[in-house]
Write a protein that binds this ligand. Structure first.
Ligand code: HEC
Length: 102
């Protein structure tokens, strides 16, 4: 019985946590254009991919949204969006360093 109660409260807690994770875009030039992305999915998609995409990767990703999923984003916005994403959510510049494997 105790265990069941503990599991229920754990489940409730993790639900609340999921709802809290609202992604807010960093303020930077191009943010208004990036807001076009929320028409179809949450900004979690940007954060989930942010660790391994550079500008070329983000350009390809944005073009995929347009060409494959039919996102109504003007072609001239692609560069602005990719620059914004690479600078604010791109993979870290420089050689790969890991504190776990020095
Ligand atoms: C027309 C709707 C639409 C718009 C607008 C849109 N996306 Fe997507 N996006 C999708 C769909 C559909 C998926 C894949 C479906 C899924 O897995 O849920 C997706 C998936 C993604 C992914 C996950 C990786 C992948 O390639 O599947 C990323 C990253 C992403 N979108 C970024 C963006 C960005 C950045 C923008 C704004 C420039 C954007 N999306 C705008 C429909 C859209």
């Amino acid at each position: 019985m105790r265990l069941a109660l503990a599991l229920i409260s754990l489940a409730a807690a993790s639900c609340a946590w999921a709802q809290e994770s609202r992604v807010v875009l960093k303020d930077a030039p191009g943010k208004d254009k990036v807001m076009q992305c929320v028409a179809c999915h949450s900004l979690d998609y940007i954060q989930m991919n942010s660790h391994f995409l550079d500008k070329a990767g983000w350009t390809a990703s944005v073009n995929k949204m347009i060409n494959v999923f039919g996102a109504p984003i003007p072609k001239e916005d692609v560069d602005t969006i990719a620059t914004y994403l690479a600078e604010n959510y791109g993979k870290p510049r420089g050689p790969y360093r890991s504190s776990r494997f020095p």
